[in-house]
Design a protein around this ligand. Sequence first.
Ligand code: AMP
Ligand code: MN
Ligand code: MN
Ligand code: MN
Length: 281
Amino acid sequence: MKPMRIDLHTHSNCSDGTDNPADLIAKAAQAGLDVVALTDHDTTVGWAPAMAAAEHHAIHLVRGMEISTRNQGQGQHLLGYGFDPQRPALIEMLRRGNEGREGRIPAILERLRAHGIDLDEAAVWAGAKADGSIGRPHIADVMVREGHVADRGAAFTEYLVPGAKAYVERYAPDIIEAIGVIADAGGVTVIAHPRGRNSTVPLKRFDELKAAGLNGIEVDHQEHGVEARAELRQIATELDLVITGSSDHHGTAKLDHDLGCNTTAQDQYERLMAGVRHGPL
Ligand code: AMP
Ligand code: MN
Ligand code: MN
Ligand code: MN
């Protein structure tokens, strides 16, 4: 039998991807994936349209989310899967996170103004879906469109990353708390790109995360080089954590992140999903 092709990390325009959830799922099916997870930043609003599309295209959808958390003072993304989105503690955690996201927009625009870049706030909001989540990429897109920078990457490097000209800190839940909230909602968690350009999780931190309930490590990711992947694979094996691989697809907003460019082995996927504790979400 042909091995299943599984991609556990993608974004729609409900966060900072460019495809609507239905189109994203259609493209995932066209790309030959058998399983795709929708993991928008801090929102599950894409789940319903993605489910409908997944039925239509005969592809299995894993309902997920990429949560912005704080790990020892650094921003760190955490992937959650298969949880019940109605849990009050989860709703409250996301409400606070999204309040932080939204409050940061005018603060960043203020800083950009001090550097001679005067963006229309309404144009930034217009790039995000009203019921989805907004972030720095939506500011970056307006900067690109108005010719202030060449692309999203340049906007981040010069203005939007920690330490850059217009960076503004925001609230995000502690990663230990977030792992617990997802576990309490019946779901499982995978630490996202822990050797990525914006996050480096120290080696000795992984056992603390595992003790808190972490289920897996995203090993195969475009921001990880050969050595990082080997190191993370070894850490996961030693700690008996699930190993995942994924595209982190953002539509046309991120080059070199095509659907299925990294995939998760079927046995690892099955082990991860076996941890979901409240039915076949
Ligand atoms: P935010 O949601 O506001 O925290 O913005 C983080 C998002 O911006 C990430 O999920 C990436 O999609 C994107 N991003 C972060 N760093 C960069 C970068 N250097 N170049 C392009 N996009 C980036
Ligand atoms: Mn993103
Ligand atoms: Mn991420
Ligand atoms: Mn992502």
